[in-house]
Ligand binder design. Structure first.
Ligand code: NDP
Length: 338
């Protein structure tokens, strides 16, 4: 019998008089045999901490319904066993999204077992560590930029690109990638102490969150943005739509502020702008591989380590609280073997 270490969240039902269940976090030893069925068993080298993992760890039923559970929507490592021809023991692979870490035991563990249809070969040019510094957040940042360019026609001459929630995981990678691609990047942040961090990533301007929230009552704003990568939703996204230049696009991928969109139709019918949806989870595997190949090739980012906060399994619980409070900066890189 082979065992491995995993971060586990368990659910305690509400006691009489309490309204809600509580969720406890601890490190456990698990049997490989207890992992869900799947064609590929992976020895996890790295995972990463995403906002969604924090939702899973706190029992958000839209993310995880079955407990005890190991979160971790990302994993990169080496194939230990495979029952399909496409993968052999020793292959280096990436798994992000689909059901990993939601209701399938996730990457905050030394091993995962998953369907082969979730597995992407690690592209040449990217290490396992780099792939998880990027993780779902970095992948999603790239997906936003890809869609803004491919569907929205965004080019550097379109004008400044706004990235909201800029110090977060998606935001940090979006800033770095857009700057590398020659865009003038303006960053929206609520962290007054992190302006230097954003400028080091390549931000030309830093805009306070309060400024992005102003003008909710106006149907349109001054034409400013040649594109928007929005990770927060709510009033900030609504205001960003109102300030898009004629014909420009916003990519909406997140809800760190709100799942609501208090917007009118004027930007669409008077400015010809586009709101583009971005989902990294169910994106077909072939398209996932294309984005990973870009991140390993033409879009490869130097000095990714500058974004990373290393986390061991036993430091995850504190980091989960930080990301829930919107206090995380950059990416949490999880080493389950540390
Ligand atoms: P992080 O927690 O790392 O970053 C979110 C950032 O949003 C924070 O750092 C903060 O940045 C800002 N923020 C937090 N709270 C508020 C608030 N109340 N109002 C305005 N801004 C706020 O999360 P990620 O970057 O990993 O994810 C960002 C969002 O994208 C999440 O909602 C996540 O669920 C979603 N997501 C969606 C994916 C998809 O496939 N569609 C994939 C990955 C993530 P600052 O202080 O700089 O403003």
């Amino acid at each position: 019998m082979t065992t491995f270490r995993a971060f586990q969240v368990s659910k305690r039902p509400p006691e009489a008089g309490e309204g809600r269940p509580t969720f406890a976090r601890r490190i456990v030893e698990r049997d490989v045999e207890a992992l869900p069925p799947g064609e590929v068993l992976v020895d996890v080298a790295y995972s990463s901490l995403n906002y969604k993992d924090a939702l899973s760890a706190t029992g958000n039923p839209g993310v995880t319904r079955n407990f005890p559970h190991t979160p971790g929507i990302d994993a990169a490592g080496t194939v230990a066993e495979s029952s399909v021809e496409a993968f052999s023991p020793g292959d280096q692979v990436i798994v992000i999204g689909f059901d990993l870490g939601m209701n399938t035991a996730g990457g905050f563990a030394q091993k995962i077992r998953v369907p082969a249809g979730w597995v992407v070969p690690l592209p040449t040019g990217l290490s396992l560590r780099e792939s998880m510094i990027l993780g779902t957040a970095g992948f999603t940042a790239a997906l936003c930029v890809d869609k803004l360019q491919a569907v929205g026609g965004m080019v550097p001459a379109s004008g400044p690109v706004l990235v909201t929630g800029a110090t977060g995981g998606v935001g940090s990678v979006a800033v770095k990638l857009l700057a590398k691609l020659g865009y003038e990047v303006h960053t929206g942040t609520g962290k007054s102490g992190e302006h230097g961090y954003l400028r080091a990533l390549g931000a030309a301007e830093v805009v306070d969150r309060e400024t992005l929230l102003a003008g909710a009552e106006r149907p349109l704003g001054r034409e400013t943005w040649g594109g928007v990568v929005d990770t927060v939703g709510g009033q900030i996204l609504a205001n960003a739509l109102k300030a898009l230049r004629y014909g420009a696009s916003a990519a909406a991928c997140g809800l760190a502020a709100s799942a609501e969109l208090p917007a009118g139709v004027f930007p669409f019918i008077l400015r010809h702008v586009n709101l583009l949806g971005v989902d990294s989870v169910e994106l077909p595997l072939a398209q996932k591989a294309q984005i990973w190949n870009k991140l390993a090739g033409a879009w490869r980012l130097d000095d990714l380590a500058a974004l990373a906060t290393p986390l061991a399994l036993d430091s995850l619980s504190d980091a989960i609280d930080r990301i829930l409070a919107g206090r995380m900066v950059g990416r949490g890189l999880v080493d389950p073997n540390a």
